[in-house]
Design a protein around this ligand. Structure first.
Ligand code: PMV
Length: 361
């Protein structure tokens, strides 16, 4: 059993004066949702997600040795230009992980980051962004400690990413990742994401996720506030128990390829997530009228054609349309004919299941 202490790095015998690394890390979409947390970003319930392929953050970390004065020193560039308003979040992240990576205060860093999806698309870049930065930090740690195992490298990367943004810990590996202790998932942990180790049915090979960008505006209520509202929530305990049950069911579904059951769990999870928002105090609604229009169109298309297409939602108004690769053409046509009109400026992004973070440099 892992504990937080296992991720505190020991002093190194190697020193490195300067260098740089570059990693890409993808976004992910949860099938069973994480909503509610305990202290230190420990999830109130386990979750499972598809890792995405095209929606990514690419981050380069350049470093030069400095006098270790206990302070962090970094410049933050977004698409090559200084981005001061991203700095406080990174500063907070570095402070949170300092105990696990004390070597970070011995360097000046330049963090140069960009996304493959538009910044103002309403797609959260925190999962891919925190995962990409964590991979780079682990590359530095591995350079300082070359004996590190591959397992430890990825587990600690996910552990660090989690401290930046909970769901980021599921963006390190692919193609299906579980985060949070669950009785039936071996090695599952509250501390980091683990790859779903069962054989995944071919029905889910290259599963498609078309993200319909319904609203690109800033969310009225942040995820942080939403998670907090699960404390003293009247339905919290039932919800956390339900997530455990849904994870048991979806585990079997991913193994057997039962798409009807998949649709039931995934859509129910999406609506339950939003039901939690609507029943917290204060209550709030992140869906927009067009979100509901799209959901209704998907339901009537599915009932008419029997094509196994379904939706899921993040903490926002955008709709993720999920479907198998073998119905891709038909569903894309349906999206163009019937759903694009409900997207802001007609924008949508075609993605598929991916394999996780990739080292570029
Ligand atoms: O990682 P956070 O704190 O932004 O939380 C995101 C939670 C959901 O996206 C709504 C669900 C999930 O499991 O990804």
């Amino acid at each position: 059993m892992f504990s937080e202490k296992d991720f505190i790095s020991k002093p190194f015998s190697t020193t490195i004066e300067n260098g740089s690394f570059q990693w890409s890390a993808p976004s992910n979409i949860a099938l069973v949702k994480y909503w509610g947390k305990k202290e230190n970003q420990i999830p109130a319930n386990p979750s499972i997600s598809f890792t995405l392929n095209h929606c990514k953050t690419i981050t380069k970390l350049a470093f030069t040795k400095k006098q270790s004065d206990g302070n962090f020193s970094f410049d933050l560039l977004f698409e090559g230009k200084p981005k001061e308003d991203f700095k406080p979040k990174i500063q907070k992240f570095l402070e949170r992980i300092e105990i696990y990576c004390p070597y970070l205060t011995a360097y000046n860093f330049t963090i140069d980051t960009e996304n493959t999806f538009p910044h103002s698309s309403g797609i959260a870049s925190s999962a891919s962004g925190m995962a990409a930065l964590s991979m780079n930090i682990m590359s530095l740690e591995k350079a300082l400690n070359p004996n590190m195992t591959e397992d430890y490298f990825y587990q600690k990367a996910s552990f660090l990413a989690r401290l930046g943004s909970g769901s980021a810990c599921r963006s390190v590996k692919g193609s299906v990742v579980v985060w949070g202790k669950h009785a039936e998932i071996e090695d599952s942990s509250d501390l980091f994401g683990v790859e779903f180790s069962s054989n995944i049915h071919t029905n889910f090979k290259n599963y498609q996720d078309t993200i319909l960008l319904v609203d690109k505006g800033e969310k009225q209520v942040s995820s942080t506030v939403g998670h907090d509202l699960m404390h003293n929530h009247p339905f919290a305990e039932q919800r956390f128990a339900q997530a455990h049950q849904n994870l048991s069911i979806i585990k079997t579904v991913l193994e057997t390829g039962n798409l009807d059951e998949f649709i039931k769990i995934v859509e129910s999870e999406a609506l339950t997530l939003h039901a939690m928002m609507m029943t917290s105090l204060p209550y709030f609604i992140l869906m927009k009228p067009n979100t509901l229009e799209i959901i209704n169109r998907i339901w009537s298309y599915r009932s008419k054609t029997k094509i196994p297409v379904c939706f899921t939602l993040d903490a926002g108004a955008n709709v993720h349309v999920l479907y198998p690769e073998n119905v891709r053409e038909a569903v894309l046509q349906f999206i163009k004919d019937e759903l694009v009109g409900f997207c802001q400026n007609g924008n949508y992004i075609c993605d598929t299941i991916g394999t996780g973070a990739i080292k570029i440099l």
